[in-house]
Design a binder for this molecule. Structure first.
Ligand code: ATP
Length: 309
């Protein structure tokens, strides 16, 4: 018996960052959009907790208890007083340390998978509580779709999305550490200008209407100058995507993945091809949005009659 859960990556279509708080965190107005690039987490009963990982970036993923998937299993088992005797396999397609919340996705996926495997029937509220303890981006990985995150980003309000947006993501050669990007943000004094980050009304309206042009005009990422300061080559990738017809180009979250919004699916394919040919990135992938949050894909949902699909 095993359970597999599919979890999406995210792009921040708005990331408004306030100054550093006394606890070191920053207040954020963070508009998350889940995109169709997925990790798959499979959990199987085992003698003891064990994590394995496959995929092109697998060598960069920690397999000890610092892995967010392992931490999620431990947190859930702790709450229910059971042994976390489980093998967690991560089939990784989301770039590691790419600013697309891959680790957070694995945390949310392992939580949902273990809850199904162990039959612990944890309420949605409690799952979200555990997610928030694991990290600021983890609750959104559970929920998917689009959401506004406030506080550290972990207090979520679900947002309406009225259409499909077509994205291209360019993976960089190398990673950026999120804390390092926030430190650079502080060093550049960027937060001093935005004491109270607020969500952009134009952006929320563009999402609700499914209006690609309006979304392109409204996206913003306050961390972009800090990411570009630490990884200046990203400017060339952004320029290559714009030259290939992207309606907008931005650093995804803390980077170094860059995101490009295309008018439609075929435009996205053309931009991806041009980015690959430009030699300014390691790879480029297309992904539609919004995408659903953590979803059990095996053994499949039971219908009313109890059959499996
Ligand atoms: P975010 O967008 O949330 O800031 P990210 O996408 O930039 O995150 P991740 O891929 O989540 O970055 O990984 C950041 C670091 O977290 C990695 O360098 C790795 O050491 C650690 N990590 C812990 N668990 C995982 C996991 N399951 N997958 C990938 N990295 C993990």
């Amino acid at each position: 018996m095993s359970v597999t859960v599919r979890v999406p990556a995210k792009v921040n279509v708005q990331l408004a960052v306030g100054g550093a708080r006394p606890d070191g965190f920053h207040d954020l107005a963070n508009v998350f959009l889940a995109v169709g690039l997925y990790d798959e987490i499979t959990v199987t009963p085992a003698d003891a907790l064990r994590v394995t990982c496959s995929g092109p970036d697998a060598a960069q993923v920690p397999l000890d208890v610092t892995n967010l998937a392992a931490r999620a299993a431990l947190a859930l088992a702790g709450r229910h007083g059971i042994e976390p005797a489980v093998h967690i396999h991560i089939a990784k397609d989301i770039p590691v340390a790419g600013g697309m919340a891959g680790g957070s996705a694995d945390g949310a996926g392992a939580l949902v998978a273990c809850d199904a495997l162990w039959g612990t029937r944890t309420s949605r509220e409690e799952l979200l509580e555990i997610c928030a303890e694991l990290g600021s981006d983890v609750p959104f990985s559970l929920v998917g779709g689009a959401a506004l995150g406030t506080g550290r980003g972990e207090k979520l309000t679900v947002l309406e999305v009225g259409g499909t947006f077509h994205w291209v993501f360019a993976m960089a050669d190398g990673g950026l550490s999120t804390p390092a990007v926030f430190r650079e943000f502080d060093r550049l004094g960027e937060g001093a200008r935005t004491p109270e980050p607020v969500a952009s009304w134009d952006l929320l309206e563009a999402l609700a209407k499914g209006d690609t042009g309006a979304l392109a005009a409204a996206v913003s990422n306050d961390l972009e100058p800090a990411a570009l300061s630490l990884f200046p080559e990203l400017a060339q990738t952004l320029a290559a995507g714009r030259a290939a017809g992207a309606l907008t180009a931005l650093v995804s979250g803390s980077g170094p993945t860059t995101a490009f919004l295309a008018r439609d699916a075929s435009g996205a394919e053309r931009i991806a091809e041009a980015l690959r040919a430009s030699g300014t990135c390691k790879s480029a992938r297309v992904a539609p949005s919004p995408a659903p949050g953590a979803t059990v894909v095996h053994p499949g949902h039971r219908d009313a009659a109890g059959a499996r699909d």
